[in-house]
Design a protein around this ligand. Structure first.
Ligand SMILES: Cc1ncc(COP(=O)(O)O)c(C=O)c1O
Length: 434
């Protein structure tokens, strides 16, 4: 189809995610990507400041991953994963286990972040079932976002995304989000204290609790809110003390986003289960992973086939996705990725506080993520922020505010100069239009 034709066809027939189709005239055509930039069908080049929904890790169309995908596609594109296996799955499992917090030694594949979370929650519930206990309630954080399937929605905060389905979601206890103290004090803030106290009470007294699910260090879609690793460590310690299983949802934070390889690396106690997706394939192909300890895995072993973990998806362990993920690990090994991450972090630390101060915004930085929001926020549907997103695009930058929160989470291919330019452009927009 010629360019005009395919874009017109999209407008007439394609239903886009998280998009009010009546209000968005048409989707922006993208012809190609390279490094941190997207090349649009109308000839413009834009900086991908949000890694295309937090996926793109080493840059768009990284040739090493592209080559690995092509080679795997010619060799074995797909095979049933029940009872069959292939080399890319094993090589990837080994790399994941080598990098993951200790004791996470079993790898369950699925397709995306939401399914990785569903798997984790089902594993928890069935783990207790295997032990002849009925535990079906989860603990989670206020403001959490774990995905759009029903289990993941249940674990997520109730709000605009889940509203129509409210009566269909199962019971999850959402505890106060542990906001760090404003003055940077080492002491716990009120909300940190409240969170730890509620966690302890539920973990100690409520024997329906199957597990505690949390986004380590960074509540992503909930507004890029940060929390402290000492609080996370204490929370995991409390959960372990009372036998509550812990699920670290690293779908967004994994693979260096918060500066360490996994956000869970910053604490002394490993989770029982960890979910991964997004950047796992470098952002090339869908893949979800749920890592579990041997203790969890062994609870499912039985002579009785009815005790099986009856969960799987058609594309589980897809060889091409696994090959892409192995190639992404190869880039970590071959290229100075951790240095690139450090550069992004240092630009954020230099420029975000100044930008926020100048414009009277609050700000937060967590590794390669830097976010800011007005001191008087308007709420998730803020028209002003929608307009700001559009103004950014007009200036050659993909920024998609999360409600009132404007943030940068660029691919690791981003240079100091790219990011400094992006900060400069954002300041110009705030100067002129907002
Ligand atoms: C922490 C977290 N968990 C789960 C998900 C769901 O992942 P997916 O969109 O791949 O289903 C997301 C997506 O933003 C996420 O940020």
């Amino acid at each position: 189809m010629a360019e005009k034709n395919w874009q017109a066809y999209d407008k007439d027939h394609i239903w886009h995610p998280y998009t009010q189709m009546q209000l968005v005239p048409e989707a922006i055509g993208v012809d190609r990507g390279e490094g941190s930039y997207l090349y649009l069908s109308d000839g413009r080049k834009i900086f991908d400041a949000i890694s295309s929904w937090w996926l793109t890790l080493h840059g768009h169309a990284h040739p090493v991953i592209a080559k690995a995908i092509a080679a795997q596609a010619k060799k074995l594109e797909q095979v049933i994963f029940a009872g069959f296996t292939h080399e890319p799955a094993s090589v990837l499992a080994k790399k994941l286990i080598e990098h993951a917090p200790e004791k996470l030694e079993k790898v369950f594949f699925s397709d995306d972040g939401s399914t990785a979370v569903e798997v984790a929650m089902k594993m928890c519930v069935q783990y207790w079932h295997q032990h002849k206990e009925t535990r079906t309630t989860f603990l989670a954080l206020d403001g959490a976002y774990h995905g759009d399937t029903f289990g993941a929605m249940s674990a997520s905060a109730r709000g605009i995304f889940t509203h129509p389905f409210g009566s269909m979601l199962f019971h999850v206890i959402h505890m106060p989000f542990p906001t760090p103290p404003v003055n940077g004090s080492k002491e716990y803030s009120k909300s940190e204290e409240l969170f730890l106290e509620q966690l302890r009470n539920h973990a100690k007294h409520d024997h329906r609790i199957a597990g505690f699910i949390y986004e380590p260090l960074l509540l992503a879609a909930g507004g890029m809110k940060t929390w402290r690793s000492n609080v996370m460590e204490e929370a995991v310690k409390i959960a372990k003390e009372y036998g509550v299983l812990t699920i670290a949802d690293e779908v967004m934070t994994g693979f260096g986003r918060t500066r360490t390889f996994f956000a869970s690396d910053t604490i002394a106690f490993p989770p029982d289960i960890m979910t991964l997706s997004k950047g796992i394939t470098g952002g090339f192909l869908p893949l979800g992973v749920t890592l579990a300890t041997k203790k969890i895995y062994e609870a499912f072993l039985s002579d009785d086939r009815s005790q099986t973990f009856f969960h799987g998806h058609s594309y589980t362990g897809n060889p091409i996705s696994c090959a892409a993920a192995v190639a992404s690990f190869g880039i970590f090994e071959q290229e100075p990725v951790m240095d690139r991450i450090a550069t992004i972090c240092s630009v954020h630390n230099e420029l975000m506080p100044k930008l926020a101060e100048k414009n009277n915004y609050n700000f937060r930085i967590q590794g390669t993520m830097a976010a800011m929001e007005p001191k008087n926020p308007e709420g998730y549907l803020s028209a002003k922020m929608q307009a700001l997103g559009k103004a950014c695009l007009d200036k050659g930058m993909l920024i998609r505010p999360l409600g009132d929160t404007i943030y940068f989470l660029p691919p690791y291919s981003t240079t100091r100069q790219d990011l400094e330019e992006a900060y400069g452009k954002l300041q110009e927009i705030l100067d002129n239009d907002f």
